[in-house]
Design a protein around this ligand. Structure first.
Ligand code: PHE
Length: 339
């Protein structure tokens, strides 16, 4: 029995040393120390031994068990260390290598200026309202005092989808939609895309962006419009910016004006940016026409309002001195990264 135990020890230690992974270590453990293992079988047979032999063999069996357990845990430790070494070698990290900078995008200049405009107006208490780009003729024209065959339609070369549905040529239909849904006091802006069938050149694009503003309440006057726009212009172009109102015609406002700001580069003396004029046109505005109010069930004898609309591209181009509108749509990163 002693020889048998020594044999078991020798072969178990060999098997442990030869194990190449966790699973084979476990197999050796089961083969020798498990319930049906070789060593366990010997221990079971101990009952047949004489009283003198039993403690001697028992002690040896315990030593063999301890030796096998030690061999298994040593080999297990070695395998773990080897595996770690392999992983460390494979995942070697050179901390002195220069880092790779993640490419961070940035806002498009149009989005940037739109956000800036929205912030100025929401700061004055305006809500932002959006309207559909595919619009009814009724909202884009008719309820804005521009009936069919009105000559004002010619100034906004329009993409028609059907006779009554079109791509909105201005953000003004949002005025009408808002006045139909909300009752005064109304104070909203509406930024968004508009469409006109213009050929592409340095100052035209069939898709561009406008921002509309509308205020309706009791006792709103042209003075409110002027004061609000003056505050806006100083916020956007800097303190000391002055405004110039030139009489104009829009069918949905009366009186109407085109509004210029004093050139923010030369302050009004005349330079390359303002083409020597000292003034830069930025928006159209006026007092909401009484029949537009009445058409939305707002009594023009009780309420009055003003509206304005500006082209965001124009402001971006003036602000950043960009001389060709096409640059804003080509998405050339060399251009976009400059903002
Ligand atoms: N909708 C006009 C345009 O596109 C601008 C405008 C808006 C004028 C509001 C007056 C009031 O030309």
């Amino acid at each position: 029995m002693k020889e048998k135990l020594l044999e078991i020890r020798a072969s178990a230690l060999d098997a442990a040393a030869a194990a190449q992974d966790e699973a084979s270590i476990e197999k050796v453990r089961i083969d020798y120390l498990g319930k049906k293992g070789a060593l366990t079988a010997i221990l079971r047979g101990m009952g047949a031994l004489s009283a003198q032999e039993r403690p001697v063999i028992g002690q040896l069996a315990n030593e063999v068990r301890t030796a096998i357990e030690a061999a298994l845990s040593e080999r297990g430790g070695q395998l773990k260390a080897q595996a770690l070494d392999r992983r460390l070698a494979a995942e070697k990290l050179d901390v002195t290598a220069p880092g790779r900078k993640p490419a961070v995008g940035q806002r498009h200049p149009l989005a940037k200026v739109e956000a800036e405009l929205c912030e100025i107006f929401t700061g004055m208490g305006f809500d932002i309202v959006e309207g559909p780009e595919v619009e009814y003729d009724k909202y884009n024209f008719e309820k804005l005092n521009i009936p069919k065959n009105h000559p004002a339609r010619d100034t906004q070369d329009t993409f028609y989808i059907t006779e009554n549905i079109l791509l909105r040529s201005q953000t003004s239909p949002v005025q009408v939609r808002t006045m139909e849904q909300r009752k005064p006091p109304i104070r909203i802006i509406s930024p968004g895309r508009v469409y006109r069938s213009d050929a592409v050149d340095a100052t035209h694009s069939p898709v561009f962006h406008q921002l509309e503003g509308l205020v309706v309440d009791r006792g709103i006057t042209m003075g409110d419009l002027k004061g609000m726009l003056e505050y806006f212009a100083e916020k956007l172009f800097g303190e000391g910016t002055r405004l110039r109102f030139r009489p104009h015609h829009f069918p949905f406002t009366e009186p109407s004006a085109e509004v210029d700001v004093s050139c923010f580069v030369c302050g009004g003396k005349g330079c390359r940016v303002c083409k020597g004029e000292g003034w830069i046109e930025i928006l159209g505005a006026g007092m909401v026409h009484p029949s537009v109010l009445a058409g939305c069930d707002i009594d023009p004898d009780v309420y009055s309002g003003f509206a304005f609309g500006l082209g965001i591209e124009r402001i971006v181009m003036r602000k950043y001195n960009i001389n060709d509108m096409r640059l804003l749509y080509e998405n050339d990163l060399r251009f976009l990264r400059q903002f």
